[in-house]
Design a protein around this ligand. Structure first.
Ligand code: BEZ
Length: 212
C-alpha cells in the first residue's frame, strides 16, 4: 500500500552523488524533503534541482535536509551536476540518490506504471524528525514543482506542531492563523491566545500567529 500521512517512512541504504547514504542516520534529527525526478539531463529537472540548490539556505533555516532521487547512476548524476551548476547559477549542495535498482523508488511508490513504467514521477515527501510522513504530493513529468510552496508547508507544520492553530488558504509566515475547532472553552481561549482573536463564526476564529 502507498505511504500515507502519519506513517513511519522506511529506512534504506542507497548510493548517491555524494557516496552511500543510510537514510535514517543521514536524516538524524532534521526534517527531510525527499523528492524524485524522472531523469538526469532533462530540462525541467535541471531547473528544479538548480532551484532547490539556491533555496538550500531556506531549508537549512528550517532544520530541513533535501535529498533528490532518480533511477540514474551516481556517475550520471555527477556529470549532470556540472551542467546544473553551469546553467542554473547554483552549487549542487545536497545529494542525489542513484536509485538504479529502484530500491527506494519502489519502497516509496515513486514509479507510477501507468504514467511511465521505468522513470520516477515528481514525488515529494516531507518527513519530520520522528521519521513520520507529513506531506506527500506527486506532479507529472511535464510540470516543474513550486519549491517555495514546500518551504511554506514546512513553516505551517512546524508552527502547528507547537501551537493549537491551523493555517488558512495561502497563509505565509507571520500572517494570521485560525484556532483549531476543538478549543471551545472561553478561559482556555483567553489563556492560549493572549493576543486575542476575532470570531467570524463559532468555527472560524482568526488570531495573530502565536509565535510572532
Ligand atoms: C524534464 O525534466 O524536462 C522532463 C523529464 C521527463 C519527461 C518530460 C520532461
Amino acid at each position: 500500500m502507498a505511504l500515507q500521512l502519519g506513517d513511519t517512512v522506511p529506512d534504506f541504504t542507497q548510493s548517491s552523488s555524494a557516496g552511500e547514504i543510510s537514510f535514517y542516520e543521514w536524516a538524524g534529527d532534521s526534517w527531510v524533503v525527499l523528492f524524485s525526478h524522472p531523469a538526469d539531463y532533462t530540462p525541467v529537472c535541471t531547473t528544479e534541482l538548480g532551484d532547490v540548490a539556491r533555496l538550500k539556505p531556506e531549508f537549512d533555516k528550517r532544520n530541513a535536509k533535501v535529498l533528490a532521487l532518480s533511477v540514474d547512476s551516481a556517475e550520471s548524476h555527477v556529470g549532470w551536476i556540472k551542467d546544473i551548476e553551469e546553467t542554473q547559477d547554483a552549487n549542487l549542495n545536497y545529494p542525489i540518490l542513484a536509485d538504479g535498482d529502484r530500491k527506494v523508488s519502489d519502497l516509496y511508490g515513486m514509479i507510477h506504471p501507468n504514467a511511465n513504467n521505468t522513470l520516477t514521477v515528481r514525488s515529494v515527501f516531507i518527513i519530520d524528525p520522528n521519521k513520520k510522513l507529513r506531506l506527500t504530493f506527486t506532479y507529472p513529468a511535464s510540470t516543474g514543482r513550486n519549491f517555495p510552496e514546500i518551504l511554506r508547508v514546512i513553516d505551517s507544520l512546524q508552527l502547528t506542531d507547537h501551537h493549537q492553530v491551523a493555517t488558512p488558504s495561502n497563509w505565509g509566515e507571520g500572517e494570521d492563523c485560525v484556532i483549531v475547532p476543538s478549543i471551545k472553552d472561553p478561559e482556555e481561549l483567553k489563556q492560549k491566545f493572549p493576543k486575542g482573536y476575532t470570531e467570524v463564526k463559532p468555527y472560524l476564529r482568526i488570531t495573530p500567529q502565536p509565535n510572532k
